[in-house]
Design a protein around this ligand. Structure first.
Ligand SMILES: Cc1cc2nc3c(=O)[nH]c(=O)nc-3n(C[C@H](O)[C@H](O)[C@H](O)COP(=O)(O)O)c2cc1C
Length: 189
């Protein structure tokens, strides 16, 4: 019998633990594949919108994730109107696709002042006063970024479902949901 390269993909509880190990790893490892997931939201006119973000926090017990963003970015108005998101990761080293559905809460102000304090000075300019991200400008560099704590926001993702697709000698696909207490269900890949 061939020895499996990824034995964690063969049992639902192992797969679930492994998903979270990969997500958690990325919070402190800037080279981890799940460090830069794609976040998808629904725009105010009903269009899907996807963009790369940095995963800043992952809590397996609570099944929550955190992403930092600028309060003036367009995703904010989208999330205010439709507070749900999907997150996508392709972890090539593990041959693992992770798809997440979540309810999103927008955190600002006092609630996130600790996270702001921990941000290095150079990283703070991603959250700035002045022209909003996406505003038209006369020239490519006709903008300045002035760090502003009031522009700093955290997207708190309360995960409702996680789907895993593992590509191996045999492919395996499973869904884990909050409603089902994360027990897991195999699906046809
Ligand atoms: C590698 C990488 C990491 C990024 N990380 C973030 C992030 O953590 N938060 C964020 O709001 N935008 C991040 N961005 C920028 C977004 O992809 C996007 O351009 C920006 O948030 C505006 O999106 P919106 O107009 O849909 O709101 C990142 C972009 C790249 C290429």
């Amino acid at each position: 019998m061939a020895i499996s390269e990824h034995p964690w993909a063969e049992e639902l509880p192992l797969l679930y633990d492994h998903l979270w190990a990969r997500l958690t790893l990325s919070v402190n490892d800037r080279h981890a594949p799940s460090r830069y997931p794609t976040l998808a939201t629904v725009s105010e006119n009903g269009m899907p919108q996807a963009r790369t973000v940095v995963l800043r926090d992952a809590d397996k017990q609570a099944a929550t994730l955190a992403i930092y963003t600028d309060i003036h970015s367009e995703k904010i108005s989208a999330l205010r109107a439709t507070p749900v998101a999907a997150l996508h990761v392709w972890d090539a080293a593990e041959q693992l696709q992770i798809r997440i559905e979540a309810n999103v809460t927008l955190l600002t102000g006092e609630a996130i002042s600790e996270q702001w304090q921990r941000l290095p000075e150079h990283a703070r300019s991603a959250y700035s006063s002045g022209p909003a991200p996406g505003e038209p400008i006369a020239d490519s560099l006709a903008y300045t970024k002035t760090p502003d704590e009031n522009a700093f926001a955290v997207l708190w993702l309360d995960i409702q479902a996680i789907e895993a697709l593992h590509l191996g000698q045999s492919h395996r696909r499973a869904e884990f949901s909050r409603a089902n207490n994360w027990v897991g269900q195999w699906l046809v890949p």
